[in-house]
Design a protein around this ligand. Structure first.
Ligand code: NG6
Ligand code: CA
Length: 508
């Protein structure tokens, strides 16, 4: 049959009209997405990954869904991991994306392709609730008493309720969309990361005012009886009570879920737990016998339970995909005297891995990673697929039928099938970033750590090995997950090849 131009057009119109109901239907079938992004939670910190502290709600996610054993944050600290997850580009490609001070300006600027932006484009209502730590505003110094932008609302989130940086950095106030919550205009906030303001009490000068002593850093302004990094003055009514942070984030999250129960939504719930200062609510304090670090794990588990309860109440469980993971590996003493190391008992946050937060060794970036999607993902599955959080962007773009240009989100791959357990291998390779931007390259069973002349131990008293070595390192992660035997000399060809591949990706 000969098809002329006109009949071809009619044919296309006919087909497109016929497809409309299906397109509309498939869009409305897109699941809600809840990304529960925890802070400094180790691979071994939850009971379904072998932890001693009971985490029944988190374990339920695994029972109902898919638990990964080979999944990674892109970096061993917070800011770069979040930057990469939200932009689909490794953070080491951009200067100034290391751990951000509390007065940093926005690291992700409007116009970037972002994870929330892609989902917003696909018709999702999007929210960021919890820890931000990616900078805010345009010019330093930030005026905290006015509208602060750009921020999450300018890069794809419809709603934001944030801790501007981390719990241990001033200002210790919540930000809702562009403004500080409960700010009394008569009592404006000033912030400095250089010098004290109005001679306010500090941890180093007034330790008698502290309810938790600092161990390293964290000896500057005191709010709620805890000294922080940075100085602040004013904003008394806006200051948070650390004991209430988890409950506030639950309330905002469940409120957002409820309000958007009829449209697809994306909730980025970025918990403050289990970062320092670890200050559980009174009802959790002392419940684990393992000190505040143990108690905030239980509080985190309660948070997950509260989200599950809300989804059940609204009958949304079947239509909601939940991802539970962490921004980097575990640390015990991270700057406060909270007994984290002394009271650990048999609980081992590091599991079988070496290193920890900040480190090139596995415990820095290998994190718990669970996906639940009731009715779609079969219960009780386990996956050894190689996964990276940098892939959320393209995976969800694929799921929602969005096109992302090749030159955007360049490190993000579509791993949608691996994410829901329909494919077993995941990535072929990935890059891990430690402090000082030292990179490691994982491909298949092997890991190459590039040479670096930095110190063997993280230099600020956290008692964690950096994984740095002047010589190249090569490990077989499958046989030797604890990275004990450096194979670089035994396997020079493999080492050379991995070094080259890392170089190629770095220069891409
Ligand atoms: C470090 C802090 C640590 C923590 C970390 C960031 C000191 C001595 N240590 O510089 O307490 O805040 O930065 O953690 O100040 S992260 O999880 O947000 O990356
Ligand atoms: Ca972190």
């Amino acid at each position: 049959m000969k098809i002329n131009f006109k009949s071809g057009i009619y044919f296309l119109v006919f087909i497109s009209l016929g497809l409309i109901p299906f397109i509309a239907k498939s869009q409305s079938n897109n699941p809600n997405i809840i990304l529960i992004y925890t802070d400094d939670l180790g691979y071994g910190d939850i009971s379904s990954y072998g932890g001693e502290i009971p985490t029944p709600h988190i374990d339920n996610l695994a029972k109902n869904g898919l638990k990964f054993s080979n999944a990674y944050a892109t970096a061993a600290t917070c800011t770069p991991s979040r930057y990469a997850m939200l932009t689909g580009e490794y953070a080491w490609r951009k200067k100034g994306t290391g751990v951000a001070p509390g007065d940093a300006t926005s690291l992700i600027l409007p116009g970037r392709t972002t994870l929330p932006g892609v989902l917003q484009q696909a018709g999702y209502k999007t929210a960021a609730i919890g820890k931000w730590h990616l900078g805010l505003g345009k010019e330093a110094p930030i005026n905290w008493n006015k509208e602060i932008k750009p921020g999450p609302l300018e890069i794809g989130f419809d709603y934001a309720y944030l801790l501007p940086a981390t719990g241990d950095r001033v200002p210790t106030v919540f930000l809702e969309n562009h403004r500080i919550v409960n700010l009394d205009p008569e009592d404006p906030i000033s912030v400095s990361y250089r010098k004290n303001i109005n001679d306010k009490p500090t941890g180093s000068k007034n330790p008698e005012q502290l309810k938790m002593m600092y161990s390293h850093g964290h000896d500057q302004s005191i709010t709620n009886g805890i000294s922080r990094i940075g100085y602040m003055s004013g904003g008394e009514k806006a200051l948070w009570r650390d004991e209430d942070i988890a409950d506030v984030l639950i309330k905002k999250s469940t409120g957002f879920i409820e309000e958007n129960s009829n449209s697809p939504f994306f909730l980025y719930l970025s918990t403050h737990d289990i970062h320092v200062p670890r200050v559980p609510h009174e009802r959790f304090a002392g419940t684990t016998g393992k000190g505040p670090r143990g108690d905030v794990i239980v509080q985190l588990d309660y948070t997950v339970g509260a989200i599950q309860k809300k989804l059940q109440e609204l009958n949304l469980e079947e239509n909601t995909l939940i991802i539970f993971t962490s921004d980097n590996g575990p640390v015990l003493d991270d700057g406060y005297v909270d007994g984290a190391a002394e009271r650990l008992g048999d609980h081992n946050p590091f599991s079988k891995f070496r290193g920890g937060k900040y480190s090139s060794f596995e415990a820095g970036t290998r994190v718990p990673f669970i996906v639940q999607w009731k009715g779609k993902i079969k219960p009780n599955q386990e996956s050894t697929a190689l996964m990276s959080q940098v892939d959320f962007l393209r995976s969800f773009a694929t799921m929602t039928g969005q096109h992302v240009a090749k030159n955007k989100a360049i490190d993000s791959q579509n791993q949608w099938k691996a994410l829901i357990g329909e494919e077993k291998d995941g990535r072929e390779s990935l890059i891990q970033q430690a402090i000082r931007n030292v990179l490691s390259y994982v491909e298949g069973d092997y890991k190459y750590i590039e040479p670096n002349s930095g110190p063997l131990m993280v230099p600020w008293g956290v008692d964690i090995e950096t994984g740095f070595n002047k010589e190249p390192q090569l490990y077989n992660l499958k046989k030797d997950p604890g990275e004990t035997e450096n194979l670089a000399i035994k396997m020079p060809e493999k080492t050379k090849k991995m070094k080259e591949e890392l170089k190629n990706i770095r220069n891409a």
